[in-house]
Write a protein that binds this ligand. Structure first.
Ligand code: ATP
Ligand code: MG
Length: 266
């Protein structure tokens, strides 16, 4: 089963804050749909994603997954973060198997299948510390998929990787989630990432965080980055972002030291 996600008029004000962080957030995400949330730093993307994961409860409104209100985390929806949280004392297979172990589910060869899927079969006994950043993120992906989630939540999971590894993993996750008809919600700063992976993009403005625009990405999978259609869609999204939120190419307000010069800022 894959998840239908309904975001029902969320408003959120963090404790101790006067101004709301999120206002009037409403959206419906169809089963199997891949949605990207883009917006400037601080607009509330991670806040919203944490609510979808059941890690944060909104002050008003709610999230429903397949009709059930989300009030706590569940193995049915998995979140992948910017940095893979792997345990250094466990090898690749043990890390990939962790979600199953915690849920008390027996591994019937699923972990091996997934390690194969993410290209790490030959590393299953290796220490995770001996892996590159991209390989570590692949282990985290295998772990996220092992519990057969209905929904995959990604919070800028590729932003710490180099450009080549990043685009390879974007294509890989798009292929796997598409194949498995998984519903996916991804937060990103990167317009190309959104076009490479999403069926639909929601644009958020900041202070307070609102959804101000939406664009469908009607490109077939696998996505051909070199195609004219891809460039055109990327340009359209950039233009729409510019007109709704401001200059996309100057939008990131991360510290200079953390910026990736080869990354498209949104
Ligand atoms: N626990 C908290 N308490 C108070 N304010 C918070 C808390 N977490 C986040 N905020 C504030 O809420 C706003 C939105 O934060 P959030 O992390 O959701 O932004 P974001 O869009 O994910 O940004 P980035 O792109 O930099 O990751 C920010 O102004 C942030 O300072
Ligand atoms: Mg964030």
């Amino acid at each position: 089963m894959t998840a239908n996600v309904s975001i029902d008029y969320i408003n959120h004000t963090y404790k101790g804050q006067v101004e709301p962080t999120l206002v009037d957030i409403a959206a419906n995400i169809e089963p199997g749909e891949k949605l990207a949330l883009i917006g400037r730093s601080g607009c509330g993307k991670s806040t919203l994603l944490h609510m979808l994961a059941g890690l944060l409860i909104p002050t008003e409104g709610c999230v429903r997954i397949n009709g059930h209100q989300v009030i706590k985390p569940s193995a049915k929806w998995n979140m992948m973060f910017q940095k893979p949280s792997l345990y250094p004392w466990m090898n690749v297979r043990q890390n990939a198997q962790l979600g199953l172990d915690l849920a008390g589910i027996k591994d019937d060869g699923k972990v091996d299948e997934l390690l194969e899927l993410v290209g790490l079969s030959d590393k299953s006994e290796a220490s995770v510390q001996s892996l590159s950043g991209g390989q570590q993120q692949r282990v985290a992906l295998a772990r996220s998929l092992a519990t057969t989630p209905e929904l995959l939540l990604l919070d800028e999971p590729f932003s710490a990787l180099d450009a080549f590894t990043r685009s390879a993993l974007q294509d890989e996750v798009a292929r796997i989630t598409h194949q498995q008809k998984l519903t996916m919600v991804m937060v990103t700063h990167d317009i190309e990432e959104a076009v490479a992976m999403a069926d639909r993009v929601l644009i958020m403005s900041a202070n307070p965080g609102r959804i101000v625009g939406e664009m469908k990405v009607e490109l077939p999978y696998p996505r051909e980055r070199a195609s004219q259609q891809f460039s055109k869609t990327r340009e359209d999204l950039m233009k729409q972002f510019d007109s709704l939120v401001g200059n996309a190419s100057q939008a990131e307000s991360e510290p200079e030291s953390e910026k990736k010069s080869d990354r498209e800022a949104a």
